[in-house]
Design a protein around this ligand. Structure first.
Ligand SMILES: [Zn+2]
Ligand SMILES: [Zn+2]
Ligand SMILES: [Zn+2]
Length: 165
């Protein structure tokens, strides 16, 4: 996989993205001896339905679409688990969730610094995870004596496809 993947094209075969993400999630959970329960897996699948971040209530609505009775708390707990294990990111500017595009079964790392490009037209969010950018930011922040809890940079604008329209 390319280090800096290009912006997801509207016509790409997304079933491959989601299938690969779910496979990696299973490997990661197995390696950590944590359980990818049905609800956690269902939530992850919904998050991976597209590259457009999805809110907790949308997830709940999709889970219960065929008459299910999943409670909001169960969705929040599942999202909490998925975030703790680095499988999804929360985008604060949208209050929505997106699958991590840089799952690495070998590294065993959970949280990681990430930069997201968020298209204001189509809603697609692409993860950069640029190591030089992360280093530069970490250093600039450290120089100010600030301790980082989490580092997600959200950049809004137009993706190449919407810009070309
Ligand atoms: Zn995709
Ligand atoms: Zn990520
Ligand atoms: Zn766009």
């Amino acid at each position: 996989m390319a280090k800096s993947a290009s912006f997801p094209k509207p016509d790409h075969d997304h079933s491959r993205c989601s299938a690969s993400a779910l496979r990696k999630a299973e490997t990661i959970c197995a390696a950590r001896k944590v359980r990818l329960t049905d609800i956690r897996r269902d939530v992850l699948e919904i998050v991976w339905k597209s590259h457009v971040p999805v809110g907790a209530y949308d997830i709940l609505a999709q889970l219960n679409a065929d008459g299910g009775r999943t409670a909001p708390m169960a969705v929040y707990r599942a999202l909490e688990f998925l975030m703790e294990n680095g499988l999804v990111h929360r985008l604060a500017s949208l209050n929505a969730f997106i699958g991590c595009a840089h799952l690495n079964a070998e590294s065993g790392e959970g949280h990681h610094a990430a930069q997201f490009l968020i298209c204001r037209a189509c809603g697609t969010a692409a993860e950069l995870e640029s190591a030089p950018l992360t280093r530069a930011l970490t250093q600039a922040v450290a120089e100010r004596g600030f301790t980082i809890d989490s580092q997600i940079v959200e950049i809004s604008g137009l993706c190449p496809h919407c810009a070309a329209l």
